[in-house]
Each structure stands twice: as C-alpha cells, then as structure tokens.
Design a protein around this ligand. Structure first.
Ligand code: 5GP
Ligand code: MN
Ligand code: MN
Length: 473
C-alpha cells in the first residue's frame, strides 16, 4: 500500500480507486508498524475514505486497531448535507466512554484499604451480563432516560448540578425513544448502573505526575490525590440498537451492500428515514450510557462515604468515545456542518471552544485516556492543533495489541493478579478469563500513544495516574 510520511507522526495514503479522499495515519513509526503488522487497520481507513460526503481525509489515531468496518481509533467526518451515517463508524457500544471523579482524599488515606474498597464497589455495581443495576427504573423511567439522559437522573435525585455541567453535551443528546427497538429497551431497563464485561472497569487511581500545573488546577487534580475512573457504555441496549439498525440498513439498501468493499461499512444517506431513525436511536442510547455512568458515580459516592466518610467526590469530566455528532469544522477555508463519526476516539476541543464548560474554557476540554489495569492512565487537554488535524479528536486509550484469544494463551490470571498486587494494584474481576484477556501486555504502550498526541498538539499532557484498585467487568 502506498504510504507517504507528510511530517513527523503523520502519514498519508493517497486517494486512488474508489476513494473520495485520502486517508491519514497519526502515529509514530513504531505505532504505525504495529498497525501494519496487524494487517487490516490501514485497509479499513482506505475503505472509509470511499464513503459519500467524506471531508478532508479519513483518519486513524495512534491507538488505532482493527474494528467492525471502521478501525477503533478512527474518525470520519462527512458532509451533513450529502453524507451518510454508518453504524460501524460509531460501534456496537454506543457512547462507550470514560469519566473521572476526583476526591478530597490522598493516597495515604486509601492505602491499606484497597481490598475493602474493591469488595464494596464490586457489591454495589453489577458486572457481567444482565444482573441488574445500581438504580432501579421501570419502563416509563427508561423512556425518560432515553429522552433526557443525565437531566432525568438529576430530576430523580441521582445527580448533582455539577455532574451535568461537567459532562460532554451536558449529558444529553436529542434522542428519540420511539426509535429504540423494544428488545433494546427490555435489556436496558435492568442495567442502569452496571459495568458490563471485560474491557469495562471502575478503577481507583492516584495522581502520580502533573505536567501542566495551571490546567491540572482548573480540573481539580493534585499530585497524590485519589481519583476514580469509570469506563462503560450503553450495555445491552446500545448493542441491540446497533445490531438492529445494521440489519435494517442491509434490508433497505441491498444493492449498496453488494457494492461495498466490506459489508460492515453499510450506511444510510443522511435525510433518509432510516438514517434519521438511527440517529434518534443512537442519541437515545448515548443518553442511556450517560445515565449508566452517572448511576455508577452514585455507587462510588456511597462507597466513599461509608468507608472514608467523605462526600467530596466530584465529576471532573465525562467523554464519549463511540458516537457521531453534528459539528462545525473548517474545510477548504470555509465553515461546514459535518457529521463526525468517532469510534474509539475522544473529542479534544482546544481552549476557547464554546462547547467546553465555563470552568475549563481557558485551558481546553479534559480528555480522559485510560491505559490498562497495570500501567498509567492520563488526563490530557484538547490541543490547539486538533481542529486543524483531526476534527477536534485524539486517542481514546492505549489500544488493543493482542486479541482476547491470544491474551488468554499468553497470560495466567492468578500470576497476573499476584504480580499486580505486589505492584500495589488490587484487582477483582468476574472471572480469571477476564483478567487474562485484559492483561496490561494485551494493550499498546499508553505512554507512547500519549507522547504522539502531545507532540502533534491534538491532546496535550496534563496529568497521569497509577491504578490502586480495579473492578473489571
Ligand atoms: P475500549 O473502549 O476500546 O474497549 O477501551 C479503551 C481503553 O481502555 C483501551 O484501549 C485500554 O487502553 C484501556 N483499558 C482497558 N482496560 C483497562 C483497565 O482495566 N484500566 C485502565 N486504566 N485502562 C484500561
Ligand atoms: Mn464499551
Ligand atoms: Mn470504550
């Protein structure tokens, strides 16, 4: 495949064949090599560049790897007028995302209580598939959540005012509960405040290093402070929405499916009823995911109050990394309305952007970037160059290096848990399999991913954390 280095950490696949734009890889040489070894990631961004209405270039970020149709770590912006929406560009776990809570505790306050804390969190927050959620809701409540996201949670007494202010989109997109299939609702009603499986987690961390004092202070982060990171999404509800709409698109546009280089790219033209319905359902599922992370926040607050006597557990920020949103971006010197698909990619708006909460507007949007249960995780700030280079986006994590099957062959859960414990990380998982699949070695080097994001100026380093205790889904 033709690939040219444009500048440091930027590679381009020129437009050719069916492509309607070039494709770009934002990665260092070693990270690019990992994508090439894996084999299909670059082919996927080339396919994405063939989507109708694609703007500038399709792109993959430094944590990018193979996904359903589109790579995970991929961004595609299409014209809001004559573009398309493709569920594969958003992912099965609609509004999978991350939030970080800061506390008034120092590491010393928690040290020695890791096991107690993990056991309490594990009891409060159901893991795995369909075991109930922290907040009980009925079908009518669920419709409220699908329509109003965290606003519904606030009205029902499950959120503080700052929880709304410090959430991307204030925790609500324009959702259409009627577009959400009944099967999806049946699954969701039992899962408000539940972690889900495997890659999802609830992790207590300690701030180990601060790189940018002013921004860290604005975000309320201080060295040695205890924070909690929550990674989860829209559970069975979002999955069912994605699956049902892929099937509907396949039935509605059979000729399109036959003509695609990969049927997983199936899409609907914006403005078609199918696209409108999907977007309404996707937004509703995003609202559900926010309510889910909010419910788990309440569980964390309960645990910290019980065990440490503090209710100073405040939301720093909450970001989605699987969603499509209408935004305005500069393309060819003009402001254009585009639909930005971000799959395994985090919005990273720079200082001054009107969509950033007032408290953070002068320093940039918080970007939350998990690493693994044995390595660092980061808080970045949206960088000056993100609008120009990546449609206001950066990486969403370290990115998977080994498949789950491979990881299970390479790692043994007991050894791993023992080793992590000796390094000061207490992990509790639903099963040994989960631990092996999620071994730190199954992920890429998060420090390298962040180095590239920082060097490109798309998401710059603010702080990094070390895990203390982790509940794996
Ligand atoms: P994804 O949304 O693609 O499943 O995962 C996002 C990122 O979370 C992964 O790329 C990985 O870097 C990170 N991650 C997965 N498991 C853990 C964990 O237990 N703790 C932390 N801190 N990060 C994790
Ligand atoms: Mn997810
Ligand atoms: Mn995720």
């Amino acid at each position: 495949m033709d690939l040219t280095e444009l500048t440091e950490n930027v590679y381009e696949i020129p437009q050719e064949g069916e492509m309607r734009a070039p494709a770009r890889v934002f990665a260092s040489e070693p990270l690019l090599r990992k994508m090439q070894e894996e084999g299909r990631t670059l082919g996927q961004i080339r396919n994405v560049a063939a989507l109708p209405g694609i703007q500038k270039y399709s792109l993959v970020l430094p944590d990018g790897h193979l996904g359903y149709g589109f790579p995970i770590g991929g961004v595609a912006a299409v014209s809001a007028e004559d573009g398309v929406v493709s569920p594969g560009g958003i992912g099965f776990d609609i509004n999978c995302g991350v939030r970080v809570l800061r506390t008034d505790l120092d590491y010393a306050d928690v040290e020695g209580h890791e096991q107690e804390l993990v056991e309490r969190l594990y009891d409060l927050v159901p893991c795995g598939l369909g075991k109930g959620g922290y907040v009980d809701v009925d079908r009518e409540d669920l419709d409220g959540i699908l329509e109003d996201g965290i606003e519904w949670m606030a009205q029902a007494g499950h959120a503080r005012p700052a929880d709304l202010a410090h959430c991307e989109e204030e925790g609500r997109l324009d959702g259409d509960p009627d577009a959400v299939p009944d099967d999806a609702k049946r699954r969701g009603v039992k899962q408000v405040g539940s972690l889900g499986s495997g890659n999802h987690f609830l992790e207590v961390q300690r701030v180990a290093d601060i790189y940018d004092d002013e921004t860290a202070e604005a975000y309320g982060l201080r060295e040695d402070g205890v924070v909690v990171m929550i990674h989860s999404g829209s559970r069975g509800l979002g999955h069912q929405v994605c699956q049902d709409y892929i099937r509907r698109f396949e039935k509605t546009y059979p000729d399109l499916v036959d003509s695609l280089p990969d049927r997983q790219l199936v899409y609907a033209p914006l403005g078609d009823q199918a696209a409108e319905d999907y977007l309404g359902a996707m937004n509703a599922a995003a609202n559900f995911a926010w309510a889910n992370r909010q419910a788990m926040t309440q569980a964390v607050r309960e645990a910290f109050l019980d065990l440490f006597g503090t209710d100073d557990v405040e939301l720093v920020y909450d970001v989605c990394h699987n969603v499509a949103k209408e935004e305005t971006h500069e393309v060819d010197g003009e402001q254009r309305e585009v639909l930005v698909h971000r799959k395994g990619a985090t919005r990273a708006f720079p200082a001054g952007h009107p969509e950033i909460p007032g408290a953070y507007r002068d320093v940039g949007q918080p970007v939350l970037l998990p690493g693994s249960m044995g390595t660092h995780s980061y808080v970045l700030a949206g960088g000056e160059r993100s609008m120009d280079l990546t449609f206001g986006s950066t990486a969403h994590g370290a990115g998977r290096l080994k498949s789950r099957t491979q990881a299970k062959k390479d790692y043994e859960a007991g050894d791993l848990q023992q080793r992590l414990r000796s390094e000061g990380v207490y992990v509790k998982a639903r099963s040994g399999e989960t631990v092996a699949e999620e071994a730190p070695g199954a992920y890429k080097d998060v420090d390298e991913v962040v180095r590239v994001s920082d060097a490109l100026g798309i998401g710059t380093k603010v702080a990094r954390m070390r895990p203390i205790a982790n509940v794996k889904g």
